[in-house]
Design a protein around this ligand. Structure first.
Ligand code: AMP
Ligand code: ZN
Length: 114
């Protein structure tokens, strides 16, 4: 079966600007940044979205959040704040079906999101 685009990044088959890597996750810059800091945090295991990740993987989901917090701190976003986004399914505009957390920061953001 054809690998998804983020699995290809994991296998280094396509390039990405890697920010950090550990045994469970990879973090890299979004190719089309929506803020001065826009980083994607993904699990190394492929799951399409939050909808199909099993409950037993709740610690993996926590790991992604803690990773995002770590990177936000490294990027100096603690004082100004930042936003984590997990687009899930069609109405949310999910485009890549390998679960990923967006870390956005470095500018003020509006609410509600579009
Ligand atoms: P989503 O709409 O939540 O599925 O977001 C997918 C994100 O992946 C978008 O922000 C894209 O800009 C980003 N993206 C797609 N292809 C790549 C790639 N090859 N490298 C880095 N980011 C990518
Ligand atoms: Zn994948």
């Amino acid at each position: 079966m054809e690998l998804c685009i983020f699995c290809k990044i994991l296998k280094k088959e396509i390039p990405a600007k890697i920010i950090s890597e550990d045994e469970l996750s990879l973090s890299f810059e979004d190719i089309n940044p929506q803020a001065p800091v826009h980083i994607l945090i993904i699990p190394k295991k492929h799951y399409s979205s939050l909808i199909d990740i099993p409950e037993e993987e709740k610690s993996l989901l926590g790991h992604l959040m803690i990773k995002a917090r770590e990177i936000a701190k490294e990027k100096g976003l603690e004082k100004t704040g930042y936003r984590l986004v997990l687009n899930t399914g069609k109405d949310a505009g999910q485009a890549v079906f390998h679960i990923h957390l967006h870390l956005l920061g470095g500018r003020e953001m509006s609410w509600p999101p579009g």
